[in-house]
Design a protein around this ligand. Structure first.
Ligand SMILES: CC(C)(COP(=O)(O)OP(=O)(O)OC[C@H]1O[C@@H](n2cnc3c(N)ncnc32)[C@H](O)[C@@H]1OP(=O)(O)O)[C@@H](O)C(=O)NCCC(=O)NCCS
Length: 295
């Protein structure tokens, strides 16, 4: 499997020039026992060449890095009213899992950017500007994505780091050699555009009453960097047609009845059902989405 470089993919490669600046670097915030032994071995990729900042969440000296992650997270999830409680961060992310993202040197940040972090101290050299959390599950080889956010959601268009949210999850999947990633997102969330571009995207639940938000989509994807290219060059996947065919079913994201109908089909074993990334990338929330079956 060969993967194109970002420069080859983007018409305007300046869009992601932040990725090669020395004032922005990827970080991992992982307790030593959860350390990944051979990072970045599974997928051949040249996208993440900067030195990785490593912080230890079990060290008192690194606690303000956790505070800054939570500052960012709470602001990013303010609107959706789903900020992560601090104990959830510790019990359900740091202890079992793996936290990663990008950090920026405080000395390069604008006053506005700094204002997103009420607990920022002058001695904090690196400030997390994105966050992804992933946790191993009991199902063999499967991980579950638990949180994704980026400072872009708080920034004006001209001050964004294009692709930061997308590349945060991509970096973590690459670094931790993750093959299968499950996740949960709301059908109407714009983040679905991103989540569907990490690999073949199977719907595990279309309607999820056990969640606080029943209109939650649970997905499972087989990580495939070919889809990351598709995200950046806004193409359609070259092998989708070969592997999947349109079923007679479709779903409308805002129509609870259609979500429930799809859920019943899944529960009665009519699947597995897949969504097509290019339809999610370009479609509006009102469009109905085709549901695909493997050929
Ligand atoms: C969702 C989130 C992580 C995306 O990260 P990001 O850094 O903003 O997005 P990226 O720069 O990586 O992605 C860029 C692409 O996604 C699209 N996109 C990102 N956020 C979007 C939004 N809120 N609405 C519409 N499109 C959005 C951009 O338009 C762009 O697509 P384009 O190339 O067609 O212009 C970020 O907006 C965020 O933190 N949101 C708040 C928390 C949240 O909802 N997290 C997801 C939980 S499942």
């Amino acid at each position: 499997m060969s993967v194109l470089s970002l420069d080859q993919l983007l018409v305007d490669k300046n869009k992601v020039d932040w990725l090669s600046q020395d004032y922005i670097r990827p970080y991992v915030f992982v307790r030593p026992d959860n350390k990944i032994e051979q990072p970045g071995q599974r997928f051949p990729l040249s996208w993440f060449s900067s030195e990785v900042i490593r912080k230890n969440p079990l060290k008192m000296a690194d606690v303000n890095f956790a505070n800054l992650i939570l500052d960012l997270e709470h602001k990013a999830f303010e609107k959706s009213q789903m900020p992560m409680p601090r104990w959830v961060f510790y019990d359900c992310a740091i202890m079992p899992g793996y936290v990663a993202g990008f950090a920026m040197k405080q000395s390069q940040m604008s006053d506005l950017q700094k204002s997103f972090y009420p607990r920022l101290k002058p001695e904090d050299e690196w400030v997390p500007i994105s966050l992804f959390i992933i946790i191993p599950t009991m199902a063999r080889g499967e991980w579950v994505a638990h949180n994704l956010c980026s400072i872009n959601s708080l920034s004006s268009r001209e001050n964004r780091f294009y692709g930061l949210g997308f590349l945060t999850k991509a970096f973590a999947l690459w670094f931790a050699n993750i093959e299968i990633c499950c996740g949960m997102t709301q059908w109407t969330s714009p983040a679905l555009r991103l989540h569907s571009h990490y690999g073949e995207f199977e719907i595990l639940t279309a309607y999820t009453p056990v969640h606080d938000y029943p209109e939650t989509l649970t997905y499972r994807l087989k990580v495939d960097p070919h889809y990351w290219e598709v995200f950046f060059n806004k193409s359609t996947s070259e092998n989708f047609e070969e592997r999947y065919m349109k079923s007679e079913h479709s779903v409308c994201r805002k129509d609870v009845g259609s979500l429930k109908a799809l859920q019943l089909l899944i529960e009665s074993g009519k699947g597995p059902f897949y969504l097509r990334p290019s339809e999610l990338r370009s479609g509006s929330l009102e469009d109905s989405l085709a549901i695909y079956l493997p050929r």
